[in-house]
Design a protein around this ligand. Sequence first.
Ligand SMILES: *[C@@H]1O[C@H](CO)[C@@H](O)[C@H](O)[C@H]1NC(C)=O
Ligand SMILES: *[C@@H]1O[C@H](CO)[C@@H](O)[C@H](O)[C@H]1NC(C)=O
Ligand SMILES: *[C@@H]1O[C@H](CO)[C@@H](O)[C@H](O)[C@H]1NC(C)=O
Ligand SMILES: *[C@@H]1O[C@H](CO)[C@@H](O)[C@H](O)[C@H]1NC(C)=O
Ligand SMILES: *[C@@H]1O[C@H](CO)[C@@H](O)[C@H](O)[C@H]1NC(C)=O
Length: 295
Amino acid sequence: MEHAEVNVGWSCIFLSLFSALSSSFGYTPCDLPQIENGNIAQYYYSFKSYYFPMHKGKKLSYSCVVGYTTESGTQDGRITCTAEGWSPVPRCYRKCTKPPLENGSFYSTEMDFKLHEKLQYKCNPGYLTPSGATEDTVQCQPQGWSFQPSCTKTLGNCASPPVIENGAVLGPVLASYKNGSWVEYVCHHYHFLDGPSTVYCHQGNWTEQPTCLEPCTLNVTDMDSNNLTLKWRREELIFLHGDLIEFECKQGYSFLQTAIPSPGRTQCDQGRVNYPKCLCRKRAVKRKPSCSFNL
Ligand SMILES: *[C@@H]1O[C@H](CO)[C@@H](O)[C@H](O)[C@H]1NC(C)=O
Ligand SMILES: *[C@@H]1O[C@H](CO)[C@@H](O)[C@H](O)[C@H]1NC(C)=O
Ligand SMILES: *[C@@H]1O[C@H](CO)[C@@H](O)[C@H](O)[C@H]1NC(C)=O
Ligand SMILES: *[C@@H]1O[C@H](CO)[C@@H](O)[C@H](O)[C@H]1NC(C)=O
Ligand SMILES: *[C@@H]1O[C@H](CO)[C@@H](O)[C@H](O)[C@H]1NC(C)=O
């Protein structure tokens, strides 16, 4: 008990001593402010002892030198004398200038950035930010950018998989893929996938992509001029690459080549069809001429 009372007593004495010192030394907090990279009007400096110290409630303007701004990003600031001194504390912060960046680009075209301002950037395909993302944001801070924006080629990473004709990658396409990851290719409707459908990112390169081979669409004009019909009726005249197409000759016609086993059979080859030819049978002319042939 006694001990606590003694403590309170000492604090009282200390406080009164402090206030006594303050008043007796003419303690006023609002002296000529020292602002690094900033100034107040010249006459305040010239007539310093006339203007300072200032009284509580007095206001003062200051301006930052070129390349610096106040905390709120303006060139000029206004401060007020309070019991605790100038408020807010006058400070000038260096503006951030657009930093250099290789293998990437900024979203903004501005060259100067105010304190706290943010700058977003993205890396070119195959390059990543320090955090391993494709894009990031840096912020202008009193000592400069929050971090140096950079884009580095991550060893083994691949850019977006190659675009192929008449086909696409299944699912969303990313800007960057890790070493060892894979994508699946599919071909457009009726196109024949030739080669591996799964393609791997192998140490920065994609393995061989498949090709999508075109289907064959039978041309009725060509069939007519070759005197052909399809052997098997079907709804669509489309065949996939590699499909066998069986023709037969129209009534009264026969195949030009009779030496081969199946003269009416042909294969769709990347959109191309080699139509067999049928000619009018000579014997047929005498009986019932359903066709005629040029002499
Ligand atoms: C990345 O930047 C460096 C330095 O500017 C340059 O030499 C290189 O060609 C760039 N790489 C690509 C893929 O643009
Ligand atoms: C890529 O992955 C392969 C197989 O896992 C590994 O041997 C190779 O070292 C990796 N390359 C890089 C550059 O990380
Ligand atoms: C990737 O491809 C490039 C160009 O075709 C080649 O120079 C390089 O050696 C390849 N890298 C690997 C790890 O196969
Ligand atoms: C069919 O073939 C003829 C002649 O070979 C050509 O003129 C015509 O454009 C073709 N028709 C179609 C639909 O491709
Ligand atoms: C189809 O038949 C006609 C009449 O018999 C003939 O003139 C023509 O040459 C035939 N077409 C072909 C491609 O042989």
